[in-house]
Design a protein around this ligand. Structure first.
Ligand SMILES: [Zn+2]
Length: 109
């Protein structure tokens, strides 16, 4: 697994570039192989659909498109800002993700 993938499902992240820069959202899914994440309400894509058996009305469907993991930063709940995430190894060998600004854990408790 790539060391840079430190974003996990349910993390709060901030987008750092692209048209949604500055927006925050919750991570809905992570695809480490492709290096992409899907973030709630970020990078919404509209798809026009024709009426079908599944969607009888057709129309415009909006959904989140995956974005590059490198375009988001985990938001530290202590700093309330996007931060780089470090890994701290605890005395019992468990690894904890920590904020590089304040050293607080960014793992959901
Ligand atoms: Zn912090």
């Amino acid at each position: 697994m790539a060391a840079s993938v430190r974003v996990r499902k349910d993390d709060q992240v901030v987008v750092i570039c692209g048209r949604d820069a500055g927006k925050q959202g919750k991570v809905l899914s992570v695809d480490p192989d492709k290096g992409k994440v899907v973030v709630e309400k970020i990078h919404m894509i509209k798809r026009h659909t024709k009426p079908s058996a599944r969607n009888q009305q057709g129309g415009i469907l909006e959904y989140e498109a995956p974005i590059q993991i490198s375009n988001v930063m985990v938001v530290c709940s202590s700093c309330a800002k996007g931060t780089r995430v470090g890994i701290k190894v605890l005395a019992d060998g468990r690894k904890m993700r920590v904020c590089r600004r304040c050293g607080e854990s960014v793992d959901s408790k």
